[in-house]
Write a protein that binds this ligand. Structure first.
Ligand SMILES: Nc1ncnc2c1ncn2[C@@H]1O[C@H](COP(=O)(O)OP(=O)(O)OP(=O)(O)O)[C@@H](O)[C@H]1O
Ligand SMILES: [Mg+2]
Length: 248
């Protein structure tokens, strides 16, 4: 059993998630560091998306509990929880309408007003030019939709940002802008948990790493320690789905 303190933004206690009697995540206990960017890595199907969905309460644990600043998320009204913990999904889901409609969706619920300049600054943080504001989202490319989805989450001023492969459909330039934005947000004390398949992005962006495999958390490690401790071959092998301890 881990020791949890109230400053921990996200803690999982013995969390299990099963679907049709299959364990998708098993017995996960982890305290996510409050500082910096945490990467969630592991092979396809290892449970990374499920891990993020549990934190945002799109799904609920079959066993165990998840704490947000020391409070069991089950007891936090879901709208409030999702304002504070924003999730940008792997396949972006946008509301029908314009980019502006999407950016203002959360702020309208909470009666937060933004000036035009503030809306443009959300767009620029996600590498979109101002003229996108009045475009209909159904005509945007998947990479543009991915960025609108992140912009919409940022407009809620979340305390925690959960990102599921946010740069998977982006070109290098947009990816760089987005990574700069994420680093700025982390400096502004927004806790970021990012799922990524990219070894290079892991190295560039993250401070800690959680390794998932077959629904289990097999390693929690400081990113620098990870890259110092293991040689390149071992690191590459792990990113290709093998455990860093050698077993399959
Ligand atoms: N609602 C569900 N119903 C059935 N199976 C599910 C459900 N959600 C997840 N799974 C299964 O659980 C496992 C973990 O899925 P998850 O989407 O969390 O993996 P992932 O690590 O995000 O993979 P990827 O890197 O491909 O996105 C997969 O085998 C998936 O098929
Ligand atoms: Mg996934």
């Amino acid at each position: 059993m881990l020791e949890f303190n109230h400053k921990c933004p996200i803690c999982l206690e013995n969390v299990q998630y099963s679907f049709n009697e299959k364990n998708i995540l098993s017995n996960i206990s982890v305290k996510v560091e409050s500082e910096g960017i945490t990467g969630v890595v592991g092979p396809s199907g290892s449970g990374k998306t499920t891990f993020l969905k549990l934190i945002n309460r799109l799904i609920s644990p079959t066993k165990g509990r998840i704490l947000f600043n020391g409070e069991d998320t089950t007891f936090i009204p879901v709208k409030q929880l999702r304002k504070k913990i924003g999730l940008v999904q792997q396949r972006p889901f946008l509301f029908p309408g314009t980019v502006k409609d999407n950016l203002l969706y959360g702020p309208n619920i909470w009666k937060i007003k933004y000036s035009l300049d503030e809306l443009y600054s959300f767009l620029s943080r996600v590498a979109l030019p101002p003229e996108f504001l009045n475009l209909n989202v159904e005509n945007l490319s998947s990479g543009e939709q991915q960025r609108v989805s992140l912009g919409r989450t940022l407009a809620n001023n979340p305390q925690i940002l959960l990102l599921d492969e946010p740069t998977s459909s982006l070109d290098i330039v947009s990816e760089e802008i987005l990574e700069t934005t994420l680093r700025e947000l982390a400096r502004e004390k927004i806790k970021i948990i990012i799922v990524t398949h990219s070894l290079e992005q892991t190295k560039r962006l993250t401070d800690q790493l959680l390794f998932l495999k077959n629904g289990r958390l097999i390693e929690k490690i400081n990113t620098k320690t990870f890259f110092d401790r293991y040689d390149e071959k071992e690191i590459r092998r792990f990113f290709k789905a093998k455990s860093i301890h050698g077993e399959n």
